[in-house]
Write a protein that binds this ligand. Structure first.
Ligand SMILES: [Zn+2]
Length: 128
């Protein structure tokens, strides 16, 4: 699978709980962080392990974008999400901005991105 950015996410089977965002779980304080980092940003412990996070998230804020950019065909929605594990980040949201609401439950989803055929990700409404 050819990914848009291999540093950002796991596809199914690449980590326990995948697909989801690449993250780090601290053995010292137990907190999760975005991306694979060598030191816990909360307690500075080096007892950290890569972990899949963000399979489920909550939508906090969002906005429609009306300019296409690098495989994102406008209009699209960008959202600020709060992952179930704690960290927050921005991510593309698949959905109509007119029907999205703060607090909606989302799930991570792999999607084909643009004419390159590369695999990227977005969040979709989690009905279940
Ligand atoms: Zn820690």
């Amino acid at each position: 699978m050819d990914k848009t950015n291999p540093n950002l996410f796991y596809s199914a089977g690449e980590a326990p709980g995948a697909p989801g965002l690449k993250g780090t779980r601290c053995g010292g304080c137990g907190k999760a962080a975005l991306l694979e980092v060598p030191v816990c940003p909360v307690c500075l412990s080096r007892d950290v392990k890569p972990a899949c996070i963000g399979s489920k998230a909550t939508l906090t804020r969002f906005s429609s974008v009306f300019h296409s950019a690098d495989g994102f065909e406008a209009p699209y929605v960008i959202g600020h999400i709060h992952t179930e594990e704690g960290p927050s980040t921005f991510a593309p949201i698949i959905g109509d901005a007119a029907t999205l609401k703060q607090g909606m439950k989302l799930k991570f989803s792999l999607i084909e991105r643009g004419p390159s055929g590369k695999t990227g990700f977005a969040y979709v409404l989690d009905a279940g």
